[in-house]
Design a binder for this molecule. Structure first.
Ligand code: ATP
Ligand code: MG
Length: 317
């Protein structure tokens, strides 16, 4: 590990949510939002909120949806010098509605929004050159400019002792995209910290058994794996073994963003020298706080928020 900013690349979006459950957006319905969002943005906002140096390569339009995102990131201490503002372009958006079974239906405006204009600008190159750690978000990998920056950053970052985390963050909607499968494999080979949830553990190895999937990933070069288990908490795996950490008992209001706040918190805690157990506990607390509030970034946490939450919240038996 080296010092330096935690940097990520990818989509900044607003999220607009249906206030009722049901199947998608096929009839007029009540909505709430816009909330600042985008998986990489949620992640990096949580890194900044924990007081760690953080930056994001992204693009927004010069509209209100861009402004609410930039204001939030700035307020939480994130370096936004590499967020390009494109006059006349629309900031990306995601409409989400929960189905009765808890799964989510999305309508994205991504590629035809400012997100589609993410590019290796001079500001992006400067930020990436200052990184001590790169967090790769699978949701952005189908975008060619993002793939290009990830490909060019990985070898130089690793050569100077930097580290890489990878959240596959694959939604059913994205698996329709056949384009970027090779890049997923090459990122995995450079990954120090892999952050799958549920069946994402098996995606790249084809091993459905948890233990065998873990072994296959470690054999492929991944140093550490942290498996997110929703309300059940999380587990850490490396060559020296396995650590399980139970989840906290909270009422789930809105699960979006939990995985990103969890991953950011685990990473920052480890960069600050915390043990695996301490980092898992902090990360579970960050995820649990996120799900108990509506809006993906609205439940992000400082370390004092987390200490207070851990002291007063029971864990699942
Ligand atoms: P996302 O919806 O952001 O993609 P994810 O699928 O990547 O999330 P989850 O496992 O859903 O990840 O959530 C991440 C972490 O947040 C969990 O490991 C857990 O610590 C915490 N968490 C999530 N849901 C709950 C819940 N209902 N109760 C308590 N903790 C939760
Ligand atoms: Mg996830």
């Amino acid at each position: 590990m080296i010092e330096g900013k935690v940097v990520t690349i990818g989509e900044i979006l607003v999220e607009i949510m249906a206030t009722t459950t049901g199947n998608g957006f096929l009839e007029p319905q009540p909505l709430i939002g816009p909330f600042p969002s985008g998986a990489p943005a949620i992640f990096i906002d949580q890194v900044g909120k924990l007081g760690h140096a953080a930056g994001i390569v992204a693009a927004v339009g010069d509209d209100d949806f861009g402004t609410i995102n930039l204001d939030r990131l700035k307020q939480d201490g994130v370096d936004i010098s590499a967020v390009a503002v494109h006059p006349g372009a629309a900031t990306g958006s995601a409409f989400v509605r929960y189905r009765p079974d808890g799964s989510r239906a999305f309508v994205y405006n991504m590629r035809d929004s400012a997100v589609g204009r993410i590019a290796a600008t001079p500001e992006a190159e400067t930020l990436l050159a200052s990184a001590g750690h790169l967090h790769v978000m699978g949701s952005g990998l189908p975008v060619p400019a993002i793939t290009g920056m990830v490909r060019s950053t990985l070898p130089t970052l690793k050569a100077r002792g930097g580290t890489v985390s990878f959240d596959p963050n694959i939604r059913r909607e994205m698996l329709r995209d056949e384009g970027g499968k090779a890049i997923f494999q090459s990122v995995l080979a450079a990954t120090d910290l892999f952050l799958p949830s549920g069946e994402e553990l098996s995606l790249f190895t084809g091993e459905t058994d948890e233990g065998r999937a873990v072994t296959a990933l470690l054999d492929a070069g991944v140093k550490e794996i942290v498996l997110k288990r929703g309300e059940a908490g999380s587990s850490h795996f490396d060559r020296s073994g396995r650590t399980d950490m139970p989840g906290f008992v909270v009422a789930e209001v809105d699960p979006t963003g939990a995985g990103d706040c969890f991953g950011a918190t685990f990473l920052v805690a480890r960069r600050l020298g915390r043990s695996v157990s301490e980092a898992l506990r902090y990360a579970n607390a960050a995820g649990a706080r996120t799900v108990s509030v509506q809006g993906p970034m609205e439940g992000s946490s400082t370390f004092s928020d987390l200490d207070r939450f851990i002291a007063e919240t029971p864990v699942r038996a």
